[in-house]
Design a protein around this ligand. Structure first.
Ligand code: NAD
Ligand code: TYD
Length: 358
C-alpha cells in the first residue's frame, strides 16, 4: 500500500485543497497524517468527515509561523514528508489586507523550511534521502497570459496581486533551501481549483450560493477573464503522485486543460441550477450582473501540464462539465456545510476594491 508506515505532515489540512488531500491520503493510502492548521476563517475540520477517531490521523492547531511549536511536532511525529498547503489564499482579501499574506505565505513558509531543515539534518543518510518537502503553489506566480500561450515550468515569474507575490516569494525560498542546503524539495504550481468544500468566497461557490439566495451574481469587469479549472480531487491525486515519484528539486505544473471565461462559468452554473433547482422567480441567468473590475485583474491563466502527464502519468479524470455538475450537486446536497459558515458570520459580499487599508 502507498506510503505504508510513513508519517506525512499536511499544513493547511482544514482548508479546501488540504482537506481533499487528507481525505485521499486516508482513503487511498496507508499514510499516517498529521494535519497542522491554525484554523483561520477559511478552515473547516468538518471537511474531513472520516478524520474523527481515525487511527492514522492527528490534528494540531498550530500556526506555521510558530517555529517552537513546529519543532515540537517534528520531534514528536518524526515525519517522512511535509506537504505545505497552509496559506492565505484569496486574491481579493490580499488587496484589502496584504499583511496576513506576507506573514503566513512568506514568513510561515520560511519558518517551516527552517524547522524542516533542522529536523532533516538530524536524520540518518537513508532517511534524509527519502525525506520530501512538497510546497503547493499557484499558477498566479506567472502573472497574466495574453490570448495565446500556456504557462510551463520555465515561464518567468511575474506576480501581479499581493497574494501572487507572496506565493512567488515562498516558491523562491523553497527553491533556495534546496539549492543552498540540499533539502529535498518539490514544488507544484496549479491552476484554479473547484469542487466540494470550497469556501464561499471563491468564484464558483460564491455564485452558487448567491444564485440560491436569488441575489445578483457579480461578474467582475467584462467577464472575459479566463481561468483554467482543475477539479480538486484530481489535484489531490496529482499531489500524492508528485510526492511519491516527483524528482527532487523539480517543479511540476498541474492543470485540467479546462480554460473558460468567467462569464461562461457563471452561465453554466445558472444552466445547472435552472435544471437541478428551478426557481419560481425565473431563470437564474437573470441574476447575472457586471460589476467594477478587480484592480490588477489577471486576464488569462492556462497551464501546460505535459511534464506531469509525461513523467508521472497523471491525467485529470473530470472534464469541466462533469466536475461542475458534481460541484453544483454537492452544494445543493450539503447546504448545512456552507450554511454553518454563513452562520459563523461570513458575509458573501464584495471585497478587494483596494479601498480598505492594510
Ligand atoms: P484555503 O484558504 O481553503 O485553506 C488554507 C488553510 O490554511 C486553512 O485551513 C487555514 O486555516 C490554514 N492556514 C492559514 N494560515 C495558516 C498558518 N499561518 N498556519 C497554519 N495554517 C494556516 O486554501 P486552499 O484553496 O485550500 O489552498 C491551499 C494551497 O493551495 C494554498 O497554498 C494556495 O496558495 C494553493 N492554491 C490554491 C488554489 C485554489 O484554487 N484554491 C490554486 C492554486 C494554488
Ligand atoms: P477567484 O475564485 O477569486 O480566484 P482567482 O482570483 O485566484 O483566480 O476568482 C476567479 C475569477 O472570477 C477571477 O477572474 C475573478 C472572478 N470573480 C468574479 O468575477 N466575481 C466574483 O464574485 C469572484 C469571487 C471572482
Amino acid at each position: 500500500m502507498r506510503f505504508a508506515g510513513q508519517v506525512i505532515f499536511v499544513t493547511g489540512g482544514a482548508g479546501f485543497i488540504g482537506s481533499a488531500l487528507i481525505r485521499r491520503l486516508l482513503s487511498d493510502t496507508d499514510a499516517f497524517v498529521v494535519n497542522i492548521d491554525k484554523l483561520t476563517y477559511a478552515a473547516c475540520l468538518d471537511s474531513i468527515p472520516q478524520a474523527m477517531g481515525h487511527a492514522r490521523y492527528r490534528f494540531s492547531q498550530t500556526d506555521i509561523c510558530n517555529g517552537a511549536a513546529l519543532r515540537k511536532l517534528f520531534e514528536t511525529f518524526r515525519p517522512h514528508s511535509v506537504m505545505n498547503l497552509a496559506a492565505e489564499s484569496h486574491v481579493d482579501r490580499s488587496i484589502d489586507g496584504p499583511s496576513d499574506f506576507i506573514q503566513t505565505n512568506i514568513l510561515g513558509t520560511f519558518t517551516l523550511l527552517q524547522e524542516a531543515l533542522r529536523y532533516w539534518r538530524g536524520l540518518d543518510r537513508q532517511s534524509q534521502n527519502a525525506f520530501r518537502f512538497h510546497h503547493v503553489s499557484t499558477d498566479e506566480v506567472f502573472g497574466s497570459l495574453g490570448e495565446a500561450g500556456l504557462f510551463d515550468e520555465g515561464t518567468a515569474y511575474a506576480p501581479n496581486s499581493p497574494y501572487a507575490a507572496s506565493k512567488a516569494s515562498s516558491d523562491h525560498l523553497v527553491r533556495a533551501w534546496h539549492a543552498t542546503y540540499g533539502l529535498p524539495t518539490l514544488i507544484t504550481n496549479c491552476s484554479n481549483n473547484y469542487g466540494p468544500y470550497q469556501f464561499p468566497e471563491k468564484l464558483i461557490p460564491h455564485m452558487i450560493i448567491k444564485a440560491l439566495g436569488h441575489e445578483p451574481l457579480p461578474v467582475y469587469g467584462d467577464g472575459q477573464n479566463v481561468r483554467d479549472w482543475l477539479y480538486v480531487e484530481d489535484h489531490a491525486a496529482a499531489l500524492t503522485l508528485v510526492l511519491e515519484a516527483g524528482r527532487i528539486g523539480e517543479t511540476y505544473n498541474i492543470g485540467g486543460r479546462n480554460e473558460r471565461t468567467n462569464l461562461d462559468v457563471v452561465r453554466t452554473i445558472c444552466d445547472l441550477l435552472d435544471h437541478k433547482a428551478p426557481s419560481a422567480k425565473g431563470s437564474h441567468h437573470r441574476l447575472i450582473s457586471f460589476v467594477r473590475d478587480r484592480p490588477g485583474h489577471d486576464r488569462r491563466y492556462a497551464i501546460d501540464a505535459s511534464k506531469l502527464e509525461a513523467e508521472l502519468g497523471w491525467r485529470a479524470t473530470e472534464t469541466f462539465e462533469t466536475g461542475l455538475a458534481r460541484t453544483v450537486a454537492w452544494y445543493l446536497e450539503n447546504r448545512t456545510w456552507w450554511q454553518a459558515i454563513l452562520e459563523r458570520g461570513y458575509k458573501v459580499q464584495r471585497i478587494g476594491l483596494s479601498e480598505a487599508s492594510a
